[in-house]
Design a protein around this ligand. Sequence first.
Ligand code: HEM
Ligand code: HEM
Length: 190
Amino acid sequence: MRYIWSLPNRVFHWGLVIFILIAYLSDDYLRLHIAVGIGVLSLVVFRILWGVLGIKYSDFKDWGKEPSHNKIASIVMGLILIDILLICITGLFSYFYNISEDIHEFFANSLYFLIALHLLGVSKEFLINKTNVFSIFNGYKKGEFESIKLNSFQKLISIILLTISFISPIVVFIFVDGNSDNYYELYEDD
Ligand code: HEM
Ligand code: HEM
């Protein structure tokens, strides 16, 4: 067994899953919705940085090659990251500039489709190709590849950015005005 997904990768993945689930369930409770949305945004910013720091298998250059994600999986995961950025940008625009949320909803619906593809791919790997998909839980995959080891700089970056990702939703939840009706009235009075 070789260690291929570091703890920050796994915290990112499962944090993303939980925050997206809450964002999906809370579209009628704007305060919570925006709070976890900011968490999702911070996690994706972390993952994009993590993909250019030269960490074996996590680096975007290694995507599509064994033992990182296979080619199709990499495309779907790349689209998931881009789509999440678009969702968060359009969400922020619809909150701050009172722009229609239709485009935000469109990107959210696209994300559900991409997640379904991702889960189909994971199930196929697990059931048909008998790949060890538990690596996303424990970090280990079978095979003769080199295990990863993070240097102090990479550890520090991950601690800072992941801490921000989990603290920012709490801060936003405390300070954001979740009452979009009030916001729109203020906007119209201008
Ligand atoms: C920074 C991140 C985000 C911000 C600022 C944001 C903001 C908003 C706002 C302002 C609305 C309109 C709510 C209303 O007035 O009724 C909304 C709706 C919605 N958002 Fe987000 N959002 C964010 C992230 C997300 C994420 C990650 C998802 C994905 C699951 C998502 C899915 C939705 C959905 C499905 C709606 C309902 C659209 C409708 O029913 O018309 N949002 N969001
Ligand atoms: C909201 C739902 C989900 C989203 C947005 C999502 C997104 C992602 C992303 C972006 C990656 C790449 C991670 C990285 O390179 O650091 C990934 C990998 C992975 N995800 Fe998910 N995921 C979701 C749910 C799940 C679930 C429920 C499972 C079930 C086991 C799962 C299993 C995996 C596995 C096994 C990998 C690694 C694949 C490989 O080794 O090539 N994901 N996911």
